[in-house]
Design a protein around this ligand. Structure first.
Ligand SMILES: NC(=O)c1ccc[n+]([C@@H]2O[C@H](COP(=O)([O-])OP(=O)(O)OC[C@H]3O[C@@H](n4cnc5c(N)ncnc54)[C@H](OP(=O)(O)O)[C@@H]3O)[C@@H](O)[C@H]2O)c1
Length: 349
């Protein structure tokens, strides 16, 4: 029988923290023991420390846990981090230095050259950065990150197509309001409206995509040498980020080549039957009006990417639409799958 592993969540009271709690309920490997938040909430029972924003009520298994201050000490070795970006840099470093494995959602360390920006279906070999990270920083622990919630949709959609030599990408997002945390965008701004600006998001999406689809070269990642332009918009959708993508390839594949690559795409998490891996990571929908966030984001436990409307693009070579659940595949579920891959690689004690 599999030995169970104790885990904690930093930023457990926030939007993504709650998504972690829900996602970890009944996990076959991980036992949730520790919930961390700011000093404002340390010492309170979890049920009194937050407003539960997800469907249903706070799970009984966590409601009476006393919230910890976010300082290394007695926490389990494996910690998921969903802390506010304004504090995550120093706190995550302190935990890694103290020997913890920090699997983080926050943007703070994603683009550091020795930190894996991991999508287990795409770049599991980027975990090979970790020994160099530990050597260079003198850490017993480590930091591994998952991408921004819009980047993951795009990279999952592009993953099956990478083999055809991606040279240019233009991506336009329609991003759900849950991506802004709680309370997020004021209702007066977003109801019946589109906000054509999300601070820093376009730059993040461009850089992260090139790192994720890049190649591991000994001690560093060589970014994908593709030119990329992102347009990021906030739309009045609760959950599920949609991205429309135009892409140019060096090898000039046919539409049938691309479709076959999407339909046949499978990867290490599926081969290893990792508990949170969707049976098929990228699902092509043939209906002309799908995928849609309300109908499709929650399917496959929110862990798959849905792709549709693959067709020729008169400017680049082909265009398509992609969708994924932003707080699950774009945050909590992504980090849990990262930790499962790390465990299957023998990186957790
Ligand atoms: N929402 C998404 O879809 C999404 C997707 C991907 C990544 N992310 C990233 O995930 C992180 C969390 O996002 P969110 O939407 O969940 O934000 P959020 O709802 O604002 O939650 C922030 C969390 O950080 C904690 N925190 C704040 N100051 C702290 C401190 N000094 N020490 C320790 N903990 C502190 C908060 O605890 P208190 O309640 O005690 O203040 C809370 O638990 C962010 O870095 C965000 O960029 C979000």
């Amino acid at each position: 029988m599999q030995t169970r592993i104790e885990v904690g969540i930093l930023g457990a009271t926030g939007m993504v923290g709650q998504s972690f709690i829900r996602f970890l309920q009944g996990h076959p490997w991980f036992d949730l023991r520790v919930l961390g938040a700011s000093d404002r909430n340390a010492g309170k029972k979890y049920r009194d420390a937050m407003n539960w924003n997800l469907a249903g009520s706070v799970p009984d298994s966590v409601a009476d846990i006393t919230v910890d201050e976010s300082k290394p000490g007695t926490a389990p070795q494996l910690l998921f981090s969903a802390m506010d970006a304004s504090v995550a840099t120093e706190i995550e470093r302190a935990f890694a230095e103290a020997g913890h494995v920090v699997v983080s959602n926050s943007r703070n360390h994603r683009m550091e050259p020795d930190v894996p920006l991991l999508v287990p279906e795409i770049n599991p070999d980027h975990l090979k950065l970790v020994p160099g990270q530990q050597r260079a920083r003198g850490w017993k622990g480590q930091i591994v990150t998952n991408p921004n919630c819009s980047t993951i949709v795009l990279t999952m959609g592009l993953a099956p197509l990478k083999q055809f030599g991606i040279t240019k990408i233009v991506a336009t997002t329609m991003q759900a309001i849950s991506g802004a945390g709680y309370p997020g965008v004021p209702s007066m701004d977003i109801v019946g409206n589109v906000i054509p600006f999300i601070g820093g998001e376009e730059e993040k999406m461009q850089q992260e995509t090139q790192k994720i689809l890049g190649e591991f070269r000994g001690d560093r990642i060589e970014p994908l040498p593709a030119r990329m332009s992102a347009h990021c918009n906030r739309v009045p959708v609760v959950d599920g980020h949609t991205v429309t993508v135009s892409v140019e390839f060096s090898s000039k594949p046919s539409e049938a080549d691309l479709r076959r690559a999407i339909d046949e795409f499978t990867a290490l998490p599926q081969e290893r039957h990792l508990p949170s891996a969707p049976a098929r990571p990228v699902i092509y929908m043939t209906e002309a009006n799908r995928p849609q966030p309300r109908k499709d984001a929650e399917r496959e436990r929110g862990m798959a990417a849905f792709v549709g409307r693959l067709r020729p693009c008169p400017v680049l070579d082909y265009k398509f639409i992609a969708l994924s659940h932003n707080t699950i595949r774009g945050a909590a579920g992504a980090a849990v799958l990262n930790a499962e891959l790390m465990h299957s690689e023998g990186m957790l004690r």
